[in-house]
Write a protein that binds this ligand. Structure first.
Ligand code: S3P
Length: 440
């Protein structure tokens, strides 16, 4: 592998991958830890916070809203302002590239009675819809004005909120979390009805913070809280980042890898289950789904033992999509190497990520020799037993950059990734970590 000029990096076919890798800290949990720290009144200690562009945006935003953030060598301490006392802010709050920050923070801002806040971000953020959070927050009593009714920059004016029952029109953990945050100050209970389960970190963390929160089937109900009582939050490794090494280990012949300390929360391990179904060798202790009415109090972690092996195609059904949403580009790559067809259905949400991930994954992999077709709500890949290689452009999307890198390692001719620096959004040490597995 040779680093090219600027942000262009070449990933040559790898002989084998060997050794162990520790994925970076979980991005979703880090965002939530910083936000909950800002919403608490007592200091919150965060261990293993993700030091990456997206999660730095969140810490900065909480600082702008009045939290005191102290960075130590091993931990971050956040001293928050409570649920209703965020500071007034001059000018827009910059969310950078962070969709999770942009969609969750409004839940807190809606609770700031009489104060207005504007959120804005980079060019990709300005194309991502916020009406999905504006609709329920308006119903709760907040005012929201968005560009073209739908996009950032957008302004939220807080109010005394009322509890609502809200059925999510799309399975989105971000929208669910935003409404639950707003429910913390609302008069009366707030219920989110979630047609299909999505990541449940917010529920686990709020329950751990002493909030009255219950799940009955697909209904999650929160009642208002005076304060959040959090002490220490330890962030596990990110299964979505680990997925790149897992895919590389399965695809590159003769590889054997240990992925250490990855989150094993059932709502985040859909990718591993899909891969196992395709015949991939990935062994580890994954969490089982929680029983009705239960909210697990912890985030489980596991080590995963990964080995190269042949794959067969599979069909990813709509109910599996939220459990593997950020890993679906990797499912497309696995499909290129699998026998038969790999189909992903019910994943139109991919079009609203950091890029249109249906269009760009299909174009990007096709440019590397894949037989892949886009559909309205996913893609169909015909496995050809391998991938030629070539050049792929990240379009500023971190997951596309890392997809290109893994494709290169597993390809016949290697892949040049243009815009590899995008990986810093979630995984700043990705290239070094993957390279270390080659050198052993
Ligand atoms: C996230 C939820 C998912 C995911 C995103 C992070 C979260 O988005 O794609 O990367 O932290 O809640 P949606 O909830 O919009 O599907």
């Amino acid at each position: 592998m040779t680093a090219g000029k600027g942000t262009t990096v070449r990933f040559d076919p790898a002989g084998r991958l060997k050794g162990s890798i520790v994925p970076p800290a979980d991005k979703s949990i880090s965002h939530r830890a910083a936000m909950l720290g800002g919403m608490a009144t007592e200091p919150v200690v965060i261990r293993n916070y993700l030091e990456a562009a997206d999660t730095t945006s969140t810490l900065d935003a909480m600082g702008t809203l009045g939290a005191i953030v102290q960075r130590g060598p091993d931990e971050i301490v956040v001293r928050g302002t409570g649920l209703r006392e965020s500071s007034e802010v001059d000018g827009p709050i910059d969310v950078g590239n962070a969709g999770t920050l942009m969609r969750l923070l409004p839940g807190l801002l809606a609770s700031q009675e009489g104060r207005s806040y504007t959120l804005d971000g980079d060019a990709s953020i300005r194309k991502r819809p916020v009406d999905r959070v504006a609709i329920p927050l308006r119903e709760m009593g907040a005012s929201i004005e968005a560009t073209d009714e739908r996009y950032p920059p957008f302004t939220i004016t807080g109010a005394r909120l009322r509890g609502i029952e809200y059925t999510l029109p799309v399975a989105s953990a971000q929208v669910k979390s935003c409404v639950l945050f707003a429910g913390l100050t609302a008069d009366g209970p707030t219920t989110v009805v979630e047609p299909v389960p999505s990541r449940d970190h917010t529920e686990r963390m709020l329950a751990a913070a002493g909030v009255s929160l219950h799940r009955e089937g697909d209904r999650i109900t929160v009642t208002n809280a005076d304060e959040l009582v959090l002490d220490t939050i330890t962030v596990p490794g990110d299964p979505s980042s680990a997925a790149f090494a897992i895919a590389a280990g399965v695809l590159v012949p003769k590889s054997r890898l240990l992925v250490k300390g990855s989150g094993a929360n059932w709502t985040r391990t859909g990718f591993v289950r899909i891969l196992q179904r395709m015949g991939g060798v990935v062994l580890g202790e994954l969490e089982d789904p929680a029983g009705d009415g239960q909210i697990p109090g912890v985030e489980p972690i596991t080590d995963l033992d990964v080995a190269h092996g042949s794959l067969v195609g599979t069909v990813v059904e709509p109910h599996e999509v939220p459990l593997a949403i950020d890993e679906l580009p990797l499912v497309a790559l696995l499909g290129c190497f699998a026998e038969g067809e790999t189909v992903v259905r019910g994943a139109e949400e991919l079009r609203f990520k950091e890029s249109d991930r249906i269009a760009l994954v299909v174009d990007g992999l096709r440019g590397l020799g894949a037989e892949i077709e886009a559909t309205e709500d996913g893609f169909v890949v015909t496995g050809t037993g391998g991938l030629r290689g070539g050049t792929i452009e990240s379009h500023g999307d971190h997951r596309l950059a890392m997809l290109g890198a893994v494709a290169g390692l597993a390809s016949r001719e290697g892949v040049t990734v243009v815009g590899m620096d995008a990986a810093a959004v979630s995984y700043p040490t990705f290239t070094e970590d993957i390279t270390a597995l080659l050198r052993r």
